[in-house]
Structure formats: C-alpha cells, structure tokens
Design a protein around this ligand. Sequence first.
Ligand code: FDA
Length: 307
Amino acid sequence: MLRSALIAASKSAGVRTLAERTPLVRPIVDRFVAGTGVDAAIHTATELTADRFVSLDHLGEDTGDRAQADATVRAYRALLARLADTGLAPRSEVSVKLSALGQAVDTDGDKIALENARLICEAAAAAGTTVTVDMEDHTTTDSTLAIVRDLRLDYPDTGAVLQAYLRRTEADCRDLSGPGSRVRLCKGAYDEPESVAFRDKSEVDKSYVRCLRVLMSGRGYPMVATHDPRLIPIARELAQRAGRGGEDYEFQMLYGIRQAEQRALAASGLRMRVYVPYGSEWFPYFMRRLGERPANLAFFARSFLTR
Ligand code: FDA
C-alpha cells in the first residue's frame, strides 16, 4: 500500500515541487542520486570503478515531448564521449529508459524511441561499451522487448531487463536466455495490478528464483539485480551448479544501497555493477526508492516536519 501511494505521488506535480523546494530533502536524495551533472557522474564512476563496474542512468522518464527526448539522446552521447575520453568505458555502461526517448509520444512513439535508442547504442559501441534498456511499467513490456530485439540486430550486446513480479517473466526469461543475451533480472519497482503481477513479496521472491534458474542454466549472461541477502547466495549456488565462473554473470545493486555488501562481493572476486543515476529529473526515481523501504520514508517525512 505504501509503495502504491508513493508511486501515485511520484506523478504529482505538487508533491514534486514541494520536494524540490525543501532543502532538507536534498541530503536524502544525494544518498541515491550521484549529483545533477555529467561531471558528478564521471566523478562517482571514477571512484566506484576502482573495485566495481557501473551502469550510468541519465535520469528522466515519461516524456511526450520529442524535443525533450532529443535532449536526452544528446546527454547520453555527451556522457559516452566522456566515458571514452576518461578511459572509464571498459568498466562503465549506460542504462536508458525508453519513455525518456519518446516511447510515450502519442504518434509513432515506439519508432521514435527505437531510433533514439539506436543513436545511443551507436555512441556506446564507438566508446567501447554497452547499453542496457531499463524496464518500466507493464503496459510498456511488449514494446520495450520488441525494441530490444530490434537493437540487438545491430548491437547484440544490448541488455534487456526483466521483472520477476510479472507473471509472464519466467517465459520471457526462456525467450531471452540464448547465447550472449545480457539480461538484468530485478524484482520490479512499479505498482502493478494482481492480473499481471504477483503482489505478495514471497511470491515475487519465489518467481525471482524460478527466473534465475532459467537464466543461469541458459546460454546468456545473467545480471542479478537485487540487494536481497537471501537471493544473493541462491544466485551464487545456481551459477556454480551451472558451471558459471565469476566472469559469466554479474551482480548489480543501486547506488547508495548496501554498499558494504557491494564491496564484499567485489572483493570476493565476483563482478559487481552499481547502477548510478544522475541528473535533475530525480523525483520519480527517488519516490520508487522510498517505496521500497519504509525507513527511507521516515527520513523523508522528518525532513518536511523540520522545515
Ligand atoms: P527487496 O525490496 O526485498 O530488498 C531487499 C533488501 O535490500 C531490503 O531489506 C533492504 O535492506 C535493501 N533495500 C532494497 N531497496 C532499498 C532501498 N530503496 N533503500 C534502502 N535499502 C533497500 N526495477 C524496474 O522495475 N525496472 C528496472 O529497470 C530496474 N532496474 C534496476 C537495476 C538495478 C541494478 C537494481 C539493483 C534494481 C533495479 N530495479 C528496477 C529495482 C528493482 O526492481 C527493485 O525495486 C529494487 O531493487 C528493490 O528490490 P530488491 O531486489 O533489492 O529486494
């Protein structure tokens, strides 16, 4: 219920303005977001890549405005040029949301998003790195997977994201477990109806394990995106049983969450990638992080009360 309320609030212009204008909110945002500009993103990537890998997300989503989508493409191309120039590209890829690239534009949204995503893939390939396409709410799943399939014709290392809370996902894992297929498996961060998604946490966790089994025993490259301390040893066990070494899959966590565990997994010889969001459009991303953990909301609420 908390998550539903926060995700609904993430679409409210009033709550957004209030959050953006409350100075005490900023330190809480900073825990999850690596600053507003590309310099801050590069600084964070430089620090993290000492022992981990990163995937950088230029924040933004849900635009119906073509000019805004074009600006997002320019921001990613500038970021990728910096990753190449600074030598960070081998350990740093980018994550993109198709709704920031025009998927939500009324006419030809899918086509616009595909063309824009292709420009980013082209810049990533030139920089010597890869792109992973984030997954958003269930109304976009078919379109997003179709666009990933198209991108893979020219850029076969384009990553897909699957969400274990969706009932369809075990089947999608089978479809996407072919040779070389990079798939990030997460639990899912949106507020989805019972008709398409498991709503009970233990059902989501069981689905996550079923999906992991499919991906680990397949021929692709699983990217295990979770902070859940029960799922991490299960993933390691399944990888070992499938004969996968430390370079044949990776763990992923979000910037600012379970950092000691991130470092410990990296130190144990496993590949650990940190998802690093940056930019001024932090509000919806931040609200999803609040919804994942009630303690985060308590900090947030306190910052309003002490204004
Ligand atoms: P769970 O929510 O059960 O949390 C397990 C533990 O992790 C908690 O007990 C707590 O200790 C810690 N934790 C989790 N979230 C926290 C938070 N916000 N603050 C503090 N501690 C927290 N989703 C999506 O729909 N589409 C996508 O493309 C992506 N992409 C993505 C990339 C990466 C690298 C990650 C790690 C996650 C995503 N997600 C996502 C988000 C994902 O779907 C999910 O909402 C969060 O990862 C939380 O789920 P956990 O698996 O961590 O488990």
